[in-house]
Design a protein around this ligand. Structure first.
Ligand SMILES: [Fe+2]
Length: 497
């Protein structure tokens, strides 16, 4: 049968034009003396089709490197990848693919294949294609990270992979925006962030072959998406208990399938401010091998994109943002980014939210003073499955420690003069919750306690799935919240000289 395949498709790359291999049904056998034909569909080539990632994402001399990743079975095939910038004459070979087995040793274990495409001109489109055993099996177009002087558009939306109609509609809407970047502030896939959750409710929808309301859209293969870790990404089966690999062997998919800058402060496998994990030695080793340096480094990191600087933080239960070393890393990172026109912080658990479910999860208020000093303009969070925007605000903590009930005492000062039209320079950070990306929506009455908690909320919309679109053009930043029906449900802008 293998020979029939070769004859049918040819071995030469030039002759191969096989883009949707898995959908091709091949004649397998003809029963002697009968007209009945038996067919079989070849097994899926990919467990998750190729997708582009920021990788280390550093621009030098207007050139940038990005990673392409895909998941396939741990088999004996030979993989190659080549790429070409729009307008270039020839294809360039990518570095040999690196394989990391993501499951405990077993035949056909799921493996991550990754490579880096270097020398991509900033902000320019490029095409990449993947070969298995010399046959082209996949091809996609993407766009490289923009340079400092280029205007660009980014999306922020979290609380995503629930497999819902809302998630699929949001995927389709976001794809139609053709963003340069999508930042995902946590709860990337439900319910536990397992590798198997990614395969069921994340990749099939966000890396679908076509853009359709009932399916999803081909976003991951074409758009740089940046992850943020949320509470559903750490497989917590019991509140505040360590992630248990004996119960869920494919937990912490966050550290297995993403490639974001590894410039965070945490480098040990275990210790303070690191997600605690338990399991047999073989399960722990399998995870450690699959994740490599990404665990725990990729829980906190930073990157530049155009004229913006982003700091991505972990807001989960094991984090102590009163810790001097963690605070020092945040403050130094923001100070180093002094040339960035705009600075954004993103984490899952909002510092300021009015939803009833998370009123006492104020852990991230502990780091807000450092973000303010570092010049952060907007904080993007998720966790509450709705949209919220605060007035620009300053927060002055009273003790700098979290209370036993999860609250953080301090004084909030609001800037009510900022109106986005006459007054476009906010005094303080605007905190946005954009957690309506696909998970079950919270009730519109969830802001019932707003007055008791402080009058910091300017807008809340809970009756539709939605996402945030930001357009950056030099010193002008426009932020719009768009519903899954394409309606603008909030809009404001900021200006800087
Ligand atoms: Fe969530």
């Amino acid at each position: 049968m293998k020979r029939q395949f070769s004859r049918f498709f040819g071995k030469s790359k030039k002759r191969s034009a096989l883009l949707a291999f898995s959908t091709v049904t091949v004649l397998a056998a003809v029963s002697v003396g009968q007209e009945i034909k038996a067919y079989f569909t070849p097994p899926e080539i990919f467990v998750a089709k190729p997708y582009v990632q920021l990788g280390q994402g550093k621009i030098e001399n207007e050139k940038v490197s990005h990673d392409v990743l895909f998941l396939a079975r741990n088999d004996k095939h030979e993989w190659e990848l080549e790429y070409k910038t729009a307008g270039a004459k020839s294809w360039q070979k990518a570095k040999p693919l690196i394989k990391s087995v993501l499951e405990e040793s077993q035949p056909e274990a799921v493996s991550l294949f990754s490579t880096t495409l270097s020398g991509l001109p900033a902000g320019k489109p490029f095409t990449y294609r993947v070969y298995r055993d010399g046959m082209e099996t996949f091809s996609a177009n993407a766009k490289a990270q923009v340079a400092e002087n280029q205007a660009f558009k980014f999306i922020v939306a979290g609380d995503l992979g629930a497999g819902s109609h809302g998630q699929k509609r949001i995927a389709q809407r976001i794809y139609s925006e053709s963003p340069d970047l999508w930042v995902m502030p946590g709860d990337l896939v439900y319910n536990m962030g397992l590798l198997s959750d990614y395969l069921a409710r994340f990749f099939p929808i966000f890396n679908a072959d076509e853009s359709k309301e009932a399916i999803g859209a081909p976003i991951m293969r074409s758009t740089l998406c940046v992850p943020v870790i949320g509470n559903h990404d750490i497989a917590q089966s019991v509140m505040l208990a360590p992630t248990n690999l004996n119960r869920m062997h494919d937990a912490l998919g966050y550290f297995l399938v993403w490639s974001a800058p590894l410039n965070g402060p945490l480098k040990q496998f275990q210790g303070p401010n690191i997600c605690p994990i338990v399991g047999t030695q073989s399960k722990l080793s399998a995870f450690q091998q699959g994740a490599g340096k990404r665990f725990p480094q990729m829980a906190n990191f930073s990157f530049d994109f155009g004229n913006t600087h982003w700091i991505v933080l972990d807001g989960n239960y094991y984090m102590d943002w009163s810790n001097p070393e963690m605070r020092k890393w945040v403050s130094e990172d923001l100070a180093k980014a002094s040339s960035a026109k705009w600075k954004f912080a993103t984490f899952h658990q909002p510092a300021f939210s009015t939803d009833l479910y998370h009123l006492k999860e104020q852990r991230m208020r502990l780091i807000v003073d450092t973000l303010e000093k570092g010049g952060v303009d907007i904080v993007f969070a998720g966790h509450a499955h709705n949209y919220q925007r605060t007035f620009p605000l300053h927060f002055k903590p009273t003790t700098g420690k979290m209370n036993h009930d999860g609250t953080v005492d301090g004084a909030i000062t609001l800037d009510k003069a900022y109106d986005s039209t006459e007054n476009t320079k906010p005094n303080g950070i605007i905190h946005i919750v954009t957690g309506a990306g696909g998970a079950r929506l919270y009730s519109p009455t969830d802001n019932a306690e707003i007055n008791r908690m402080g009058d910091f909320l300017l807008k809340q919309i809970s009756d539709c799935h939605s996402y945030t679109v930001c357009k950056v053009d030099g010193g002008k930043l426009t932020v719009s919240q768009i519903s899954d029906a394409g309606k603008v449900i909030d809009k404001f802008s900021l200006k800087k000289d």
